[in-house]
Design a binder for this molecule. Structure first.
Ligand SMILES: *[C@@H]1O[C@H](CO)[C@@H](O)[C@H](O)[C@H]1NC(C)=O
Length: 146
């Protein structure tokens, strides 16, 4: 009995959480920066361990920091993973941005420059735009459509 509890605890701490990001876009410029990992284009990627401060952007021409473009920010960790759309300057509406967190499904869509603070951050305290997922293996699906 004790031995099996011990084994379960070891298995839990010995396994890094897996966080999957699926980024799709038809825009001329689509770029995703994962600090500590690198810069990516569209696609499906799985990271073992925390993903902190990722940002995916698309439009006509976007820097790896998502300037001057519609951008989706995300942090995927073992606690409360979060995602949001940001239009805080120098970000700027460039394309329809949408995301869904997995497995919970919390989501946001911003399909015009005035989509409002329930859908996107316009200033740093627009917390109504923030979405969460409590799963230790939370992921995010991101679509930015030109
Ligand atoms: C990624 O998301 C797109 C758009 O939602 C979907 O069509 C595609 O099948 C997904 N790709 C993978 C590999 O799951």
């Amino acid at each position: 009995m004790l031995a099996s509890i011990f084994t379960v605890a070891l298995a839990a701490t010995g396994t890094l959480a897996a966080h999957t990001i699926n980024f799709t876009s038809n825009c001329p410029s689509a770029i995703m920066q994962i600090p500590g990992h690198g810069v990516y284009r569209t696609g499906k990627y799985t990271f073992n361990g925390d993903v902190n401060g990722g940002i995916a952007s698309a439009g006509r021409s976007c820097s790896q920091d998502g300037v001057p473009c519609s951008s989706v920010e995300f942090t995927l960790n073992g606690k409360y993973s979060t995602g949001d759309i940001t239009l805080i300057p120098p970000h700027k509406y460039s394309a329809r941005a949408a995301f869904q967190m997995t497995p919970g499904g919390s989501s946001a869509v911003c399909d015009n420059a005035n989509c409002g603070p329930k859908n996107a951050f316009y200033k740093p305290d627009d917390y109504s735009a923030q979405r969460y997922d409590p799963s230790p293996n939370a992921g995010i699906n991101i679509q930015i459509t030109c």
